[in-house]
Ligand binder design. Structure first.
Ligand code: SAH
Length: 224
C-alpha cells in the first residue's frame, strides 16, 4: 500500500469501512502526517497495522480507527462535543474534528506532553487551520488525574484509545444524555473487550461487548 487512498480501499475491502462518511473522512486525513518519522517508508505508513510513534506509544491500526469511527458515527454530527482519550498521534482526533465541523469540538487528551506537542505539529501539517479554528484542542495530561477540567460539562461521544482494567466512572460521568463511549476494557498487556457504553436520553447507562482487541494500558497518574 503506497497511498492513503490505497489504504482506505483495503479497509473497504476488509469491511472495516462501511459508511460513506467514514470513507470520506479517512481519505481526507493522510496517515503519512501522523507517523512521526519523516523518512518512514511508505509501505509501512499505509499498511493496516499499528506503528511506533515514540515515547513507547503507537498509532493504532487503521482498521481500529475505522471501526471506532463507524461505532461512534451517528454521534459525530456537526456541532457535537467529543473527547478522544489517549490522542497519541492526533490522527483520530483530527478525523473526528472533521466530522463535527462546523460548530463542534473535539478535545484530545494525551498523557505524554512531548507526544501531545508532536501531535499538534502533525495536525498543523495535515490540516493547517484545524487547531486555530477551535474545532480541535489537544491537551497534555492524564485523564484519570486532573486533565478533565470541570468546565468540560459533557460529551456526545467519547473514544478511549487505551485499555482500562475496569470502566472508569470519571469517563462514564462525562457522557451526556444520548451520548456514546467506546472503550477497551480488560487486563493490561492482554486481550481486552471493546465495550460500547450508551447513556440514553433519560440518563440510563447500558453496556455492550463488541469484540476482542489489544490496546496499550490506560495508566493512572504516577504509573508508567
Ligand atoms: N488513537 C491514538 C492511540 C495512541 S495509543 C493514535 O492512533 O495515535 C494510546 C495513547 O494513550 C498513548 O499515546 C498513551 O500515552 C495514552 N494514554 C494512556 N493512558 C492515558 C491516560 N490515563 N491519560 C491520557 N493519555 C493516556
Amino acid at each position: 500500500m503506497r497511498s492513503q487512498d490505497q489504504l482506505v480501499d483495503l479497509l473497504v475491502a476488509e469491511g472495516a469501512v462501511k459508511h460513506k462518511d467514514i470513507d470520506r473522512v479517512l481519505r481526507a486525513v493522510d496517515r503519512g502526517f501522523f507517523c512521526g518519522e519523516a523518512n518512514m517508508p511508505k509501505h509501512y505508513i499505509y499498511q493496516d497495522s499499528p506503528l511506533p510513534i515514540g515515547y513507547g506509544e503507537t498509532i493504532s491500526a487503521p482498521h481500529m480507527h475505522a471501526t471506532c469511527l463507524e461505532i461512534l458515527r451517528t454521534h459525530l454530527r456537526p456541532g457535537a462535543r467529543v473527547l478522544d482519550v489517549g490522542s497519541g498521534s492526533g490522527y483520530l482526533s483530527a478525523a473526528m474534528a472533521l466530522m463535527v465541523s462546523p460548530g463542534g469540538k473535539v478535545i484530545g487528551i494525551e498523557k505524554h506532553p512531548e507526544l501531545a506537542e508532536q501531535s499538534k505539529q502533525n495536525i498543523r501539517a495535515a490540516m493547517p487551520d484545524m487547531l486555530d479554528s477551535g474545532v480541535l484542542e489537544i491537551r497534555a495530561g492524564n485523564v484519570l488525574g486532573d486533565a478533565l477540567a470541570s468546565e468540560d460539562v459533557g460529551f456526545d461521544a467519547i473514544h478511549v484509545g487505551a485499555a482500562a482494567d475496569t470502566l472508569p466512572d470519571v469517563l462514564v460521568n462525562k457522557l451526556r444524555h444520548g451520548g456514546r463511549m467506546v472503550i477497551p476494557v480488560g487486563q493490561q498487556w492482554d486481550y481486552q473487550i471493546l465495550q460500547l457504553v450508551d447513556r440514553d436520553v433519560g440518563g440510563k447507562i447500558s453496556k455492550k461487548n463488541l469484540m476482542g482487541v489489544r490496546y496499550v494500558p490506560l495508566t493512572r497518574p504516577g504509573e508508567e
